[in-house]
Write a protein of this length. Sequence first.
Lengths: 191, 191
Amino acid sequence: MKTPTKRDEILQAALELIAEHGFHGAPMAMIAEKAGVGAGTIYRYFETKDVLIRQLFEELKAKIMAALLAGHPTGKPARERFSHLWKVLFRYLVANPLHHRYMEQYHNSPYGVAQHRDRLLNKPDEQDPIRSLFEEGIEQQILKDLPIMVMFSLAFGPLFGLIQDQLNGFIEMDDALIEKTVGACWDGLKR
Amino acid sequence: MKTPTKRDEILQAALELIAEHGFHGAPMAMIAEKAGVGAGTIYRYFETKDVLIRQLFEELKAKIMAALLAGHPTGKPARERFSHLWKVLFRYLVANPLHHRYMEQYHNSPYGVAQHRDRLLNKPDEQDPIRSLFEEGIEQQILKDLPIMVMFSLAFGPLFGLIQDQLNGFIEMDDALIEKTVGACWDGLKR
DNA sequence: TTAAGCGGAGCGAACGTTCATTCCAGACCT
DNA sequence: AGGTCTGGAATGAACGTTCGCTCCGCTTAA
């Protein structure tokens, strides 16, 4: 890691402020101050606040996807791949609470719906290990025959809720409990 | 239903605007206009915008809890009670999309965290059919022995995700699919 | 080798807009 | 009449964005 560029400093400051205080608790002036740049400088890198928010989302999404893909046991049984994906995602979000909180904020907002709509109606993301896991599993009759979207909610709905609880300090998920929880999610999915 | 009081009109207008456009897309002036009252009138009923937002949350929470309690098959087997709770909640939120969207907004916001913290640290809500269902089920070894909070996420995490998808028009959950999905959630929970 | 010129990055005061909240003149009861 | 309630203009604070200036590294000319 070299010295971050000003663009990076701005994105990082925006991430911290928005994740912690919401879109409205993060005025451009405050982002600028935290990033150590002038207010006008932000506009050299991002046309508007909206663009800044959207680009930050794209960067975080890419990082998360990279984490999911790294070390993915392609070719191994579905159960094992599922367990890996779930645990990697869980650990990533716990290790990067700001990422989680930002994504969460983004999702419940005008931005999020358009985003989600595009994700579904456009090409199905060539490299999506989750989707292909579900499709294979259904085809091989390992998994229940439910719409992909239902499968996704069954598998990861609990995850997002638990991340939130853990970040808020309401529960401490150790490795054993994570393992049991992955198992429970799988029980919901499997035929 | 009598003619609604001004207070009710204000709450209803706030619900519609906030659910649809977020906290920031719902200026007091707009709420006043939609409610058919003067801007100043709102302040006769609610000290600040924050108070209005919080009281609206409390009202919605009470309505949802009432729906959960109505017709609840107390004394029937855990599996049946679970199915009832899940379906009632699902149908309620689909039938009242504004309620769902408002609650969702509220939860991911400074308000939400404090709320959640209180809910846990204070008294456990004497009349909570969900919590008691889980506690009994675990004791009778019908359910997996997991923390209540994990049980809750396993059971209702998928529900909230699916509601969102349904409200956004990404999926259409008919009765058969709802039934299958409740079954899948139960499979995750049961021992 | 130096000096002048150039251009783009950076800054932050200033602008116009939007918002929550206040205030008070009138309307509406009793 | 006296008291309470109502509406919406007025207020002041906060925000996103703009703009003209400064600064600095590089090129060019002598």
